[in-house]
Design a protein around this ligand. Structure first.
Ligand SMILES: Nc1ncnc2c1ncn2[C@@H]1O[C@H](COP(=O)(O)OP(=O)(O)OP(=O)(O)O)[C@@H](O)[C@H]1O
Ligand SMILES: N[C@@H](CCO)C(=O)O
Length: 361
């Protein structure tokens, strides 16, 4: 049988954009790539993995030194196994190799886990030739990463708003099943034979907004990792009406303001203010309060707005020019707190996740 080769590409993303906590996500042109081969002739080489998958990362990949390579421990391949097992397929086909090239820094607020989950679901779909639509694949993603903002942007591309629809009590039961029962647990070689829960259908709903292409994304990336779980852990369980209305008003204006030409800093900057997550996360990111207060369209021409990217610690600055000046100002402010940073200038990724296929004779 001819070997199958394909490449899966999934963009990074920045969630929230200030007021849109767990709602807004923008896909960024920085791509996680899986280079996949299924070649039965390689079977002997992949058998050392209990699920027939030889996984590797390029040496320069983010996470190359730390991520697990066993297929039932790595987030990408665990996710693919979940999708396959929902269809009654227990393992990868003999002779599966997955080589990962990952430029998305882990645990920094640039959607690395969202990209890994989307890539894993697409891998399961492609390997199992399941023919799932992107909308259905989103359901599988949402069983694992349970807020829709990064996942939707990474899967669909562009600038998205999303929500989870009201679920019936039976659907809620299925979706809120502990993660350990969704993803296969590292098993020490033993497949428990458990069939994981199928996701309810159409859990997530989304729209794509326009995005003025003159608006570029400047990501200033601190060297330290902040797990999304920890960064969610500092948020309160309840909010005042004033704080919720503050965010809702800005969210409604921001989604339109980012489409307008020319972009208006006097509208975008205040519309990117937030009272739901950033104030509480300041204790986790030294220098965040100073950066958010001090770097403004008045101090830096071309700057439109500034916020914490996702759960942090990365800062997202939206700008039309002076990208390096803006980035260096923020880098210097973090340096005063002893935090070193790098920065990237990124376009919005319009297309979302793709599979590029080629068949070798
Ligand atoms: N390419 C990858 N391969 C394997 N595991 C990954 C990969 N990318 C992310 N992960 C897993 O996801 C974890 C990071 O997820 P986390 O949600 O904390 O941060 P993030 O997704 O980068 O940030 P945010 O959700 O705020 O944008 C990593 O520690 C690792 O376990
Ligand atoms: N909306 C999420 C994005 C990170 O995954 C958060 O801010 O926690």
């Amino acid at each position: 049988m001819a070997p199958r080769n394909f490449v899966i590409k999934v963009p990074a993303s920045s969630a929230n954009i200030g007021p849109g906590y767990d709602v807004l996500g923008v896909a960024l042109a920085l791509y996680l790539e899986l280079h996949v081969t299924v070649d039965p002739a390689l079977g002997g080489e992949t058998n050392s993995d209990p699920n027939n998958c030889r996984l590797s990362y390029s040496a320069d990949s983010e996470g190359a030194a730390t991520v697990p390579l066993a297929s039932d421990a790595n987030l990408i391949t665990r996710t693919a196994l979940y999708v396959l097992r929902c269809s009654g397929v227990r393992t990868f086909p003999s002779g599966t190799t997955v080589h990962v090239v990952n430029p998305i820094p882990l645990g920094r607020g640039l959607g690395s886990s969202g990209a890994a989950v989307v890539a894993g679901v697409m891998l399961g779909n492609e390997i199992g030739q399941l023919g799932l639509s992107k909308q259905r694949m989103l359901d599988f993603c949402l069983m694992i990463e349970r807020h829709p903002d990064n996942i939707t942007a990474a899967m669909m591309g562009s600038f998205c708003g999303s929500f989870l629809r009201d679920l019936t009590p039976q659907e809620v039961e299925r979706r809120e099943i502990p993660l350990a029962e969704v993803l296969p647990e590292p098993s020490g070689g033993e497949d428990t034979g458990l069939v994981p829960p199928l996701p309810p259908t159409d859990i997530g709903r989304h729209v794509k907004y326009n995005w003025n292409p003159a608006i570029k994304c400047v990501a200033i990336i601190p060297e330290f990792e902040l797990s999304t779980a920890d960064s969610r852990g500092v948020l309160p369980k309840a909010y005042t009406t004033q704080d919720l209305v503050f965010n809702l008003q800005r969210l409604a204006v921001l989604t339109a303001a980012l489409t307008m030409d020319p972009p208006q800093a006097e509208l975008i900057y205040p519309a990117m203010q937030d009272r739901v997550h950033q104030p509480y996360r300041k204790i986790l990111v030294p220098g965040l309060a100073d950066v958010l207060q001090s770097v403004t369209p008045r101090t830096h021409a071309g700057l439109l707005g500034i916020c914490l990217s996702g759960a942090g610690p990365t800062i997202l600055a939206l700008a039309t020019e002076n990208f390096e000046d803006i980035a260096l100002e923020i880098i210097n402010r973090f340096a005063k707190q002893g935090v070193q940073c790098t920065w990237k200038l990124l376009d919005v990724a319009q297309g979302g996740s793709i599979v590029e296929t080629s068949i070798q004779e």
